[in-house]
Design a protein around this ligand. Structure first.
Ligand SMILES: CC(C)(COP(=O)(O)OP(=O)(O)OC[C@H]1O[C@@H](n2cnc3c(N)ncnc32)[C@H](O)[C@@H]1OP(=O)(O)O)[C@@H](O)C(=O)NCCC(=O)NCCS
Length: 156
């Protein structure tokens, strides 16, 4: 996960134990030749069970642009659909242009915020004071994430 810095901050081993043990259906990893090349940390909300929130998405720098994030998010999307979720969403930092392009390419919509920077809708204080974010969502009532193209090659 440290290869996703500075936009993704690595968490502790205990946190990853938690994700792998209690949330594995929404926390897939991509493996190529026994190496982990990507991971998604996502959760189905207990407060709003029809929603899945994607917390972290990281692809190893040497494997970017090959559909790893697309495949991992499609896996989470399938879980969301199977559990009748109606919304899948995530946030990214206002200056994360590559993430912005990735989410749009995958069918996420950048929902209106309270200002626009570099063409990206930004919402103030989404994740607490000073933690402004761009918010992206897929309305699962009307569409699903594009199907993966590399599923069998990527997932271990
Ligand atoms: C954002 C990130 C996860 C994308 O992962 P990836 O595995 O390279 O993405 P994919 O190959 O699955 O690309 C999916 C789509 O996004 C688009 N995309 C990906 N990288 C892009 C780039 N650098 N520029 C423009 N579009 C891009 C492509 O259009 C692609 O669609 P296509 O398959 O139709 O060509 C990766 O760049 C990353 O790990 N960045 C650092 C960590 C980070 O910022 N994570 C997000 C924090 S919220």
């Amino acid at each position: 996960m440290h290869l996703g810095m500075s936009f993704v901050r690595p968490r502790t081993h205990s946190d990853y134990w938690l994700y792998a043990t209690l949330f594995s259906p929404t926390c897939p990893v991509a493996i190529i030749d026994d190496d982990v090349v990507g991971a998604v940390i996502a959760f189905r909300s207990q407060d709003l069970p029809h929603e899945v929130y994607v917390q972290d998405v990281v692809t190893h720098p040497e494997h970017r642009g090959k559909g790893v994030a697309r495949t991992l998010l499609a896996t989470v999307n399938e879980y969301a659909i199977q559990h009748a979720c109606t919304r899948m969403y995530l946030t990214s930092e206002p200056d994360n242009i590559v993430a912005h392009r990735t989410w749009l390419a995958l069918g996420f919509v950048n929902i209106p915020g309270d200002r626009v920077e570099h063409g990206i809708e930004i919402t103030t204080d989404v994740k607490g004071p000073g933690r402004d974010r761009a918010i992206y969502e897929i309305d699962l009532k009307h569409r699903k994430l594009d199907q993966p193209v590399l599923h069998s090659e990527v997932l271990g």
